[in-house]
Design a protein around this ligand. Structure first.
Ligand SMILES: *Cc1c(COP(=O)(O)O)cnc(C)c1O
Length: 383
């Protein structure tokens, strides 16, 4: 059996090496490293795949979120509602722009933003909501859009973990990141569509927002050396765009591989009462950027992680501390919110190896080791 990795990008790469090599070499020969034509082509091809009017490449997923917020021209102190159980980038950019992140809890089954709490958290300063399509599955966008319409709020989707996921609305399937006003994604190597370094993109069907975001990502420039806005320098490298054009062709296959691996885990771990398996919402497909299970308590979770490590099975905890408890946010939080679902999740979750190259033998081994470990934990308890 091949050694088990949390994410195996090498095996994935070897299969498309000749195509990637050719794409990279073409860019090198062109010397068009910044804003080369590959960037345009990639934006168009991704727009086609997502069925969205505008795709704007940028430096990374965090910048994508920041550019989306910058385009909305919010005032310092305006509030943006974010889930507390997510990667820091979702809320970091809000605070960085002198806006106020308002943290809400997540749904206990799907771990995406709790819609009832969103509505309860709205004040006259609320301007936007950033739902996160966590672990590969969409947040409940229909309900979020309904609230956003009612209170006249912007919706920025954080689709960094779920590119290619499909949301079911009125019997139609729409791709994650194209449902709200603006969608953001990341091409960090381990994401569903990963490049070979940092990369990100912004999606929108709104022409004005698209034009503005494109300028903001390029020093606020209308044309070279004429600057309409204070912007930033955040562009998708031509090399990364060329690599992404090759990999985009395989994105649906990659998602299929992840779904297959998830299905195998679910079959092999079914019926084990100590484990809560990932739950799938009926309104979204699940692209399994992560395969995250949940145990009864922190002690068992940590014991399992240690046991897996002893058997050379790497795991990760996404996320060990909810954002409202992070030191970085303490000085800007006016009250200490209690968000019990997320606080509990951060003690109970553990993410298993998940990538496009997992083999049946590996998944069987991982599952067997998990079951062994849980037996031992239970026996120890009974002693
Ligand atoms: C990865 C990720 C980001 C940020 O992406 P980077 O490209 O690393 O900046 C934002 N939000 C979520 C939920 C992520 O998982």
């Amino acid at each position: 059996m091949k050694p088990i990795q949390l994410v195996d990008l090498t095996t994935q790469h070897v299969k498309i090496k000749s195509e990637i090599d050719a794409a990279i070499y073409e860019v090198i020969l062109s010397s068009s490293f910044i804003k080369g034509e590959q960037v345009n082509w990639f934006e168009q091809e991704l727009g086609q795949y997502l069925q969205v009017k505008h795709v704007i490449g940028c430096g990374n997923g965090t910048d994508a979120l920041m550019l989306a917020l910058m385009a909305l021209e919010l005032k310092p102190g305006d509030e943006v509602i974010v889930p507390t159980f997510t990667f820091i980038a979702t809320a970091e950019v809000v605070a960085f722009l002198n806006l106020v992140p308002v943290f809400v809890d997540v749904d206990p089954d799907y771990y995406t933003i709790n819609v009832q709490q969103v509505e309860k958290s709205i004040t006259n300063r609320t301007k936007a909501i950033i739902p996160v399509h966590l672990f590969g599955q969409c947040a409940p966008m229909a309900e979020i859009l309904e609230i956003a319409n009612k209170y006249n709020l912007y919706v920025i989707e954080d689709a960094a973990q779920s590119l290619g996921a499909e949301y079911l609305i009125n019997d139609k399937k729409i791709k994650a990141g194209t449902i709200g006003h603006i969608g953001c994604t990341s091409f960090f190597p381990s994401k569903n569509l990963g490049c070979m370094g940092d990369g990100g993109a912004i999606f929108t069907n709104n022409d004005d927002l698209a034009q503005k975001i494109r300028m903001l990502a390029n020093h606020g420039a209308e044309k070279k050396y004429f600057h309409r806005y204070i912007g930033i320098n955040s562009r998708l490298d031509t090399l990364q765009a060329a690599i992404l054009r090759v990999k985009l062709k395989y994105l649906d296959n990659y998602i299929q591989s992840r779904k297959w691996a998830a299905q195998r885990y679910i079959e092999l771990l079914a019926g084990i009462h100590e484990i809560v398996l990932p739950q799938q919402a009926n309104y979204s497909s699940h692209t399994f950027n992560q395969f995250t299970i949940r145990l009864q308590n922190e002690e068992n979770r940590n014991a399992l992680q240690q046991y897996l490590q002893q058997n050379n099975i790497p795991t990760a905890i996404y996320y060990p501390l909810p954002l409202h408890q992070q030191p970085a946010f303490q000085s800007i939080l006016s009250t200490k919110p209690s968000l019990p679902v997320s606080e509990q999740l951060s003690q109970q979750v553990i993410s298993l190896p998940m990538h496009t190259e997992l083999e049946d033998e590996q998944i069987q081994f991982i599952s067997t080791v998990i079951i062994d470990c849980l037996k031992k934990i239970t026996i120890n308890k009974k002693k």
